[in-house]
Write a new protein. Structure first.
Length: 260
């Protein structure tokens, strides 16, 4: 009987030792599981210590405007503008991507514009030879030679690269026209044409006549910083003209940022 009792005591001690050893082995797993559950379910997320790779620095010309907001210098406004050009003249400052409609007495209406990309800027004096609302587009032969995929004709309308209005410059292939992509204003993106937002081109269109003088300054011309801005009352919204495809001509939707 004593022998049996002694064996039971030894077994009891061995069992307790086995349980204790098992507990020691499982403790790290239980702690890790609990910590993981706390991180996944309850712990606050730690802020990222590094800036996003997509962060970009604003250009000084952007006037610290938030993304999607037109910089102040490209907004339509009446500004102080000293020029010898007569009232009613259009002056385009290529380097500053701005267009001025001269009012006289040292004032002008400033508009933000998009101009020719590298190798496609130009300068000189022209006159408006024709005006058109929601113009059709006939890409010139030189443009088709560079981009053979372009249509030979595109009916006027919301998808047309010329936008809501066009003012043709002399007998050249260049125009002052609208755009359906306002993000290109202030940039060097076109094949030489001068583009404004549809709202701004409609406002300018209403002020000029056939024969209006247009002075295009070189890209590297000295810049004149207009001062004393007075915001111009926004023009009425431009109602889109439905695109009409002529059965005997080709028409298609194109990107508005590089084809004109």
């Amino acid at each position: 009987m004593a022998y049996i009792s002694e064996n039971r005591g030894q077994l009891s001690r061995a069992s307790r030792g086995l349980v204790f050893a098992t507990a020691l082995m499982l403790a790290p797993v239980l702690v890790a599981t609990q910590a993981s559950a706390q991180v996944l379910s309850y712990a606050p997320a730690m802020p990222n210590a590094f800036p996003s790779d997509s962060t970009t620095l604003a250009s000084p010309d952007d006037d610290a405007a938030p993304s999607g907001v037109t910089p102040e210098r490209l907004r339509r406004a009446v500004v102080a503008y000293d020029t010898h050009e007569a009232p009613g003249t259009i002056v385009i400052d290529t380097g500053r991507t701005t267009l001025y409609y001269v009012l006289g007495q040292g004032r002008a209406i400033r508009y933000g514009v998009g101009v020719g990309r590298e190798g496609f800027t130009w300068s000189g004096v022209q006159a408006i030879s024709r005006k058109a609302e929601w113009p059709d587009w006939h890409p010139p032969a030189e443009m088709i030679a560079r981009q053979p995929y372009l249509p030979r004709f595109m009916a006027g309308g919301p998808g047309n690269p010329l936008g809501a209005r066009a003012m043709y410059l002399g007998s050249s292939q260049y125009r002052i026209h609208g755009t359906n992509d306002p993000t290109t204003i202030g940039k060097f993106v076109s094949s030489g044409c001068i583009r404004l937002t549809n709202e701004d081109v409609a406002d300018l269109f209403s002020r000029v006549d056939v024969g209006t003088k247009v002075v295009v300054l070189p890209k590297n011309a000295p810049h004149f910083e207009a001062r004393g801005t007075i915001t111009v009352r926004p023009a009425a919204a431009v109602a889109p003209r439905p695109a009409v495809q002529r059965p005997d001509r080709q028409a298609m939707n194109l990107s508005t940022s590089t084809v004109y």
